[in-house]
Design a protein around this ligand. Sequence first.
Ligand code: FCB
Length: 440
Amino acid sequence: MSFVWGAATAAYQIEGAADEDGRVPSIWDTYSRTPGRVRDGDTGDVATDHYHRWAQDVETMSALGLDAYRFSIAWPRIHDQRGIDFYSRLVDALLERGIAPVATLYHWDLPQSLEDAGGWPARDTAYRFAEYAERIGAALGDRVHTWTTLNEPWCSAFLGYASGVHAPGRTEPAAALAAAHHLNLAHGLAARVLPGPVSVTLNLHHVRGDAEAARRVDAVANRVFLGPMLDGAYPADLLEDTAHITDWSFVRDGDEATIAAPLDVLGVNYYTPTLVRPWNGGTPRATADGHGDGTASPWVGCDDVEFVRQPGPYTEMGWSIDPTGLTDLLLRLHRDHPDTPLMITENGAAFDDQIDADGRIHDQRRIDYLRDHLAAVGRAMKAGADVRGYFVWSLLDNFEWAHGYSKRFGIVHVDYATQERTWKDSAHWYRDHIAGRPLG
Ligand code: FCB
């Protein structure tokens, strides 16, 4: 298949309809309804109302000329046949318009009942995930083009259970490492029961700076997943770096072989590189690279590492804009895992978009961001990286987790008062870019 052009979303960020059709509560319902967790008290209760406006949104995708649409299935919905039917209708509508469905099973919305039973630090959660995968796999079957087990398990494990800036908001470093392992196990178990091509999406960190500091961060950000998934084992240096936190006894015989299930494509999410240096004990130390308030760090086992703010320009998230990190990351993956095809499953930028007097959103900085990052993908491909596609984050403005609705990543603007959708200039640009098929 030629290069795939797509756009991405996630269930909790766009669907709304939190209490409809038998959907049960998830950890993000609980977290966002807890005062002080999400900015302005925003929740995903209504979001972009995609659960009701999905047909209109599919028309938008069709008008953009997308080859594929990456969405996530809400685990809290599939307890009820009406929830399964929603995704079945969505998949059929996509196929009717020639848009390949790329379905993620877990984009962070763990059913609250499973968190109450221990959450990802509990091994049983991995088996419950495999049951869910089997159920939805049987329902949607071969109509899905690619199945993605997990989105960014680093965030689930380390933002959810170490720094606590994501749901469920726990700050227990040892539990975060157990969560990482059980997410890996969940991936491996699910990969074996899904009926079609399988992928996983990682937010791999392209780490620059002092070699020893970078090695430590690379271990707990990247190789904690890449190791067991692609090489069948956890890296020895990761186990050493974290030995004072846990003895890793939650890894049982055979787990690593289970996790190393065949992978058809590796999804890569990239926004910005990471810059580190050794921490010399001075205070205050930047702990979190934008991933926390500095009180609890997601960087388990990296106590002697400092995260350095990088030079601008920045997006509205405060993330430095640097497409060279994407080229370097893709080439590193190509070098370390030459037989694994790659897919950019998220890339994009938040800016403070304004609707101008002419009714349009002139988001030139987003166009520049996308164009420059696509050029970076092109450079990596020229140098040999096997990149199969690109999904812009995001189709629509949406609920940006702890930032609520204050950060707009969409190429299509959403007025949250009326739910009106308006194409930004970047959407027009992306349609024209796709039509020209320059990387194809
Ligand atoms: C990624 C998430 C996605 C979105 C973007 C901005 O970490 O996968 O849901 O929030 O960041």
